[in-house]
Design a protein around this ligand. Structure first.
Ligand code: ARG
Ligand code: ZN
Length: 874
């Protein structure tokens, strides 16, 4: 059942053209395929059978070179069609199959979402549409003809450029043809058909190609695509400017659907999106939604080159397209918004999602070596850590060399299915740097830990920095090698300014960067006239953990003085973390809290700092982050309390400053989702949270007032998400009113469920159970499940880890009910259990019992089995 990287074999037959004809019917869609095969000259096995993937298909007929094959000539199993005897020259295979879109609840392959036919083929969904080599190293040219009822499916879409279309004589059906000139693997195939409205625009590429842009959405929502369309045009321009990459078809289409397993999908020329990442109006979408829409539009668009033009040889290489494309979308957002804010947001996400993954039973290298179900490997490690590896390579060779390496990558591999080795070789060849040791980053799981030792000799003006690295063992990888760690560095003098970095044996560094590539290394700096405060891993230059953070006073100094914005924020997190931990172990000197609050005051009243940064400084590390850092014997209730207590002190201690900011951040200007306005609103929200933390009555008063006046969803949700944390009649009234106001809008109903599931109250698990019986709740829609059960289990540690284990029971009940319908989503939900081993004994037993209960259930999907068995260490 397990697939291994080492077993990779090319296919014995290659495909040239594939012609697909669909006759659409929700219950039973007929798919006729005609594929040109030829023996693969690179493969010696003469006469190998043709083994094609196919699942849940009804096979009607097989023709080889025009001759109908007797069923004795082939074998059909639940997963394959095998033809033992095929010609050892080019031949044409024609297959007719039936699939059942309406009954497809897995949302993989061809399915129906709100009466719209749509497809999701990554990673292995194409095999549920017809028989073919469903693997990324088989690239073919697709021609598609779609036939369907004119009334139910006025819109008929597939990849590439549009061809002929028109009515089909003698009925109420019509057809449309599509031709994609770029060879592609099966996972990039897409088909969409239904009654959809559209927004249109035009984009002219830098070399003058006119591209028609279309975004298709549910009828009546066409006015909610404006922001997505602008983001698309901005993305297209950015990729030309930053990477020299132009779009390559006459048309680019996006379709928004409401039932989707993931965020979005980069099908060639026909991206399909979860509609929550397309639809936005000020009164329906929050700032967070706007930022997500912009970056996901960019991400999927950027895949056109990093993923589609150059794809992956096999699914072990997934990070080749995903890590790189995340890196590219991060750079995009950094360029068009604030680099510092984006970096902080990404590191927060890495710490909240990837670090726990890397430190738990599901840890795997950025390039895994085995899997049971590939869909389980669309992980924070492959995506986010994968992006960090690209970033480190850019840091090590510089932006110019990185761009040269990217150019080389496209020159060498355009039109191919490549490997991570191919990519890294381009980095090496373009820069002249040896990347052999760097490759360990791709192969080794776990977050490296760096221990810092400093000595300073004032008389000799010598500052010595000794760094030691170690990576904790992960499942299947006991012994770890050192990795090259690029570390942004500053030695901050007492005046708050950086001192020159005069490294013994090297001289003054051009770049403020050192590299730790051994287990232990000492860096000697000369001419350090005053004892410096070390600012290390500036900009979060490497995805590591610094084991022994400096004491609170140094953090407070950096909070006020560090020239690196990221580390300024980082210092606030470290200080807060230290204060919370001190509380957890039963005491904290009042003086430390007071000086932390004073440092925050300095930041909040500094008129040179922007609102977004102030908001981030006011945000304490999340409960999940704190738990991951502590790592063992976790009591989530105690962490919540300690964090809340610090928040209360901040709210009380800074009440004057906060109230002042509350007044200053008020605005009645029309809504704009730009960086300044988004920053202002994020500060206003952080201020409200802090004030509410310090004084519940004041929180209720301010939040109620904001709710009453809100003219956009950001302010509305900001106020409500504060109110829902504060038990009282206002809370229930506001929840009821929100549903009343927004019940016709499924994305807002999702928010309504999420708000309640996110409340860190002891009543939340019971409320979630109640909401599971609400008429608006359904297991059939992934967004709905994620809004209620996903938020409870992944974004509300206090309630999820309720002492009686009810949070765990709710999650397990949901997973078991969902698994037969949609294994991808049930498996994803089950990852919320992954950190059970670091809990305190009682909760550990409760969580483990639920995992055992799931594993003991018969008929589990492969997806869920893999996550649960690995979580239990089996
Ligand atoms: N390639 C998509 C993206 O990152 C993700 C789709 C993954 N879907 C899946 N079912 N595994 O943009
Ligand atoms: Zn992607």
């Amino acid at each position: 059942q397990t697939v291994y990287l080492k077993d990779y074999q090319p296919v014995p037959y290659l495909a040239g053209e594939i012609f697909l004809r669909f006759v659409l019917e929700p219950e039973a869609t007929e798919v006729a395929s005609r594929i040109e095969f030829r023996p693969n000259p690179a493969v010696q096995r003469k006469g190998a059978p043709l083994v094609l993937d196919g699942e849940r298909l009804e096979l009607k007929s097989v023709q080889l070179d025009g001759e109908l094959l007797d069923p004795s000539r082939y074998e059909v199993t639940a997963t394959h069609l095998t033809i033992a005897d095929v010609p050892q020259r080019p031949f044409t295979l024609e297959i007719i199959t039936i699939c059942h879109p309406k009954a497809n609840s897995e949302l993989s392959g061809l399915y129906v979402s709100s009466n719209v036919f749509c497809t999701q083929c990554e990673a292995e969904g194409f095999r549920r549409i017809t028989y073919f080599y469903d693997r990324p190293d088989v690239m073919a040219r697709y021609k598609v003809r779609i036939e369907g009822p004119k009334a139910a499916c006025p819109v008929l879409l597939s990849n590439g450029n549009p061809g002929a279309s028109g009515p089909i004589p003698g009925g109420d059906c019509h057809f449309a043809e599509w031709d994609d000139p770029h060879p592609k693997p099966t996972y990039l195939f897409a088909l969409v058909a239904g009654n959809l409205a559209l927004a249109r625009d035009v984009y002219v590429t830098k070399s003058g190609r006119k591209v028609e842009l279309r975004i298709y959405v549910e009828t009546g929502k066409e006015n909610r695509c404006g922001f997505a369309m602008e983001a698309l045009k901005t993305s297209m321009r950015w990729d030309e400017e930053r990477f020299g990459l132009e779009y390559d078809l006459d048309i680019f289409m996006i379709v928004a659907v409401s039932d989707f397993n993931m965020g979005a999908m980069e099908n060639k020329g026909l991206n399909v999106f979860n509609d929550k990442y397309i639809l936005a109006l000020p009164e329906t979408a929050t700032d967070v939604d706007y930022v997500n829409i912009e970056s996901i539009i960019a991400h999927e668009y950027f895949h056109n080159w990093t993923g589609n033009r150059i794809t992956c040889r096999d699914w072990f290489q997934l990070c080749l397209k995903e890590g790189l494309t995340v890196f590219r979308d991060q750079e995009f957002t950094s360029d068009i918004r604030s680099r510092a804010v984006k970096r902080i947001a990404d590191v927060k996400r890495l710490r909240a999602d990837q670090f726990p993954e890397d430190g738990g039973p599901l840890a795997h290298p950025v390039r895994p070596v085995s899997y049971i179900e590939i869909n389980n490997f669309y992980t924070a490690t492959v995506y986010e850590k994968g992006a960090e590896l690209c970033r480190m390579m850019q840091t090590l060779i510089g932006r110019d060399a990185f761009r040269k390496a990217m150019d080389l990558y496209f020159a060498r591999h355009d039109g191919e299915a490549a490997t991570v080795e191919d990519f890294v070789r381009c980095m090496a060849d373009a820069s002249g740097r040896n990347f052999d040791q760097f490759f360990t980053w791709y192969e080794q799981a776990g977050t490296p830990e760096v221990t810092v030792t400093e000595t300073y000799n004032e008389a000799a003006r010598a500052y010595e920095l000794t760094l030691e690295q170690a990576t904790p063992a992960t499942p299947g990888q006991a012994d770890k090698k050192p990795v090259p760690i690029p570390l942004g560095i500053g030695l901050v003098g007492p005046d708050g300014r950086d001192m020159p970095l005069d490294l013994d044996g090297v001289g003054v560094l051009n770049e403020p960067l050192i590299e730790l590539n051994e287990a232990k290394k000492t860096f000697r700096f000369r001419n350090v006239v005053k004892k410096p405060v070390l600012s290390l891993n500036r900009g979060f230059s490497a995805p590591i953990r610094i084991k022994n953070a400096a004491p609170i006073p140094e953090q407070l100094f950096l909070m006020k003085n560090d020239g690196d914005t990221f580390n300024r924020w980082e210092a606030s997190q470290r200080a807060a973390h230290a204060l919370i931990r001190a509380r957890l172990s039963g005491g904290v000197p009042a003086a430390d809290t007071k000086s932390f609050i004073d440092a925050l005051r300095t930041v909040l009243t500094d008129s040179r700092l922007d609102d977004a940064f102030k908001a981030l400084m006011l945000g304490l590390p999340g409960e999940q982050e704190i738990a991951t850092l502590i790592g063992r014997d976790i009591d989530p209730g105690a962490i919540h309390e300690a964090r809340d207590a610090l928040r209360a002190e901040i709210g009380q201690g800074l009440k004057d400053v906060l109230l002042d900011l509350w007044r200053k951040t008020e605005s009645h200007a029309p809504f704009r989702p730009d960086p300044d306005e988004t920053g202002r609103r994020s500060l206003r929200y952080a201020v409200l949270q802090a004030l509410a933390g310090g004084n519940a009555a004041l929180g209720i008063e301010l939040a109620s007032e904001q709710l009453a006046q809100a003219t956009n969803m950001t302010d509305e949700i900001g106020a409500l998400s504060t109110l829902v944390t504060l038990e009282g009649p206002e809370r229930e009234a506001a929840i009821a009113a929100f549903h009343d106001r927004h019940k016709g809008d499924h994305l807002l109903v999702d928010k309504w469920f999420a708000l309640q599931a996110s409340a860190p109250l002891s009543s939340t698990p019971a409320r979630v159970r109640e909401l599971m019986r609400h008429p608006d709740f359904t297991l059939a829609n992934p967004n709905r499940v994620r809004s209620l059960i996903g938020v409870l289990s992944m974004a509300n540690p206090f309630a999820f880890h309720a002492e009686d284990g009810d949070g765990y029971a709710i999650l397990a009940d949901t997973i078991l009910a969902l698994d037969p319908k949609n294994p991808q989503v049930s498996a994803r939900m089950a990852t919320a259990f992954r950190s059970w081993g670091m809990l305190e004994e009682k909760r550990q037993a409760l969580a483990k019992a639920q995992l055992e209960r799931i594993l003991g259930t018969t008929g589990l999907s492969r997806d869920l089995f893999e996550i649960v068995s690995k979580s239990l260490g089996r």
